[in-house]
Design a protein around this ligand. Structure first.
Ligand SMILES: *Cc1c(COP(=O)(O)O)cnc(C)c1O
Length: 324
């Protein structure tokens, strides 16, 4: 199962210490895992999920992939690149109306050969099945859910824990706390399963990116349902409950994709201390959350903290005004 993937990225991604930042906050050692460097058309966390999802599409004899997301979806951009590599046709259904100029991820998705459709309204729920039926003329379609978040996609982050554990062993290092941005839940589900499967003892602090909007979608329940499927698929002998799916919801007051001074300050901080770029939607928000807890000394003194960088660089270019 865990070896049944289609190679799309370059792994392992680097794991290294943020030396300058750790000097500023001497109570902690801060490390970073560079999934912004997975290599697939500018990288990001969806590369790991897509290695499993694209393999499933090929195994099922599909010739066309359908997926959906925001106009600045990193998932859609990486799916476009993955389909090009694997020789699959790619259709992206993006929220809202077509903009005059394509920028950031949207521009890249077009350059990467995806057929782009606009849903016409801003609501987060896109009926992918309906779109697929409408567009699907004599195709053998494969539908990837928003963010690639189902149990197959989550395998990418189960495998990522194995990779991390090997790096920690090689560097003779322990990690106490892992921060990352959580949105559609697949990364979180995969990490939860991976920690158990590979017996890595670290606390996960997923920073919730989306504000609970109209769709009354309970993220903890979504993550739990993926985890439960994973437990079966991987033969894990443990019972999970909703209490194991905790999300930090202290930093999502601004809605999804809204850049505030908080994300901006985090982007500036990492750029100016380490020369590393965060994105305005996900990692900027998650990194702000981590810095806030570090500054307030809310974490165990002298502990080792890992920020899992999940990518998103191209979106920066769609936020030029807000960032200047
Ligand atoms: C999609 C995405 C996330 C969130 O991952 P999920 O598995 O959807 O929770 C985090 N960071 C970036 C840059 C992303 O593109």
């Amino acid at each position: 199962m865990i070896n049944n993937k289609y190679k799309l990225g370059f792994f392992p991604t680097p794991l290294h210490k943020l030396n300058n930042l750790s000097k500023i906050y001497p109570d902690y050692n801060i490390f970073i895992k560079r999934d912004d460097q997975t290599g697939l058309a500018s990288g990001g966390n969806k590369t790991r999920k897509l290695e499993y999802l694209i393999k499933q599409a090929i195994d099922e004899g599909c010739d066309t992939v359908f997926t959906a997301g925001a106009q600045q979806s990193n998932h859609c951009r990486q799916t476009a690149a993955a389909c090009t590599l694997a020789g699959l046709e790619c259709h992206l259904i993006l929220r809202g109306n077509e903009p005059k100029t394509y920028q950031g991820n949207l521009l890249l998705s077009q350059l990467l050969g995806a057929k782009i459709h606009f849903s016409g309204d801003g609501s987060k729920e896109i009926d992918l099945d309906l779109f697929t039926k409408k567009l699907d003329a004599n195709k053998n379609p494969f539908i990837i859910p928003i963010g690639g978040s189902n149990v197959i996609g989550a395998l990418g982050y189960v495998e990522a824990v194995r990779e991390l554990k090997q790096q920690l062993d090689e560097q003779n290092l322990n990690i106490d706390t892992i921060f990352f941005a959580s949105s559609s839940g697949g990364t979180q589900a995969g990490l939860i399963l991976g920690l158990e499967l590979y017996a890595l003892d670290a606390e996960l602090i997923p920073i919730k990116i989306d504000k609970d909007e109209t769709q009354n979608l309970d993220m903890e329940a979504e993550v739990l349902s993926i985890v439960k499927e994973g437990v079966k698929l991987l033969g894990i002998n443990r019972k999970y409950s909703i209490a194991d799916m905790t999300l930090n919801k202290n930093y999502n007051q601004a809605a999804y994709g809204v850049l505030t001074d908080k994300e901006k300050s985090a982007i500036n901080k990492l750029a100016l201390t380490e020369g590393i770029l965060l994105d305005p939607v996900y990692t900027g928000r998650a990194f702000y959350g981590m810095l806030d807890l570090v500054k307030e000394k809310k974490l165990k003194p002298h502990s080792n903290i890992l920020f899992w960088h999940t990518g998103g660089l191209p979106a920066l270019f769609d936020y030029a005004e807000g960032l200047q």
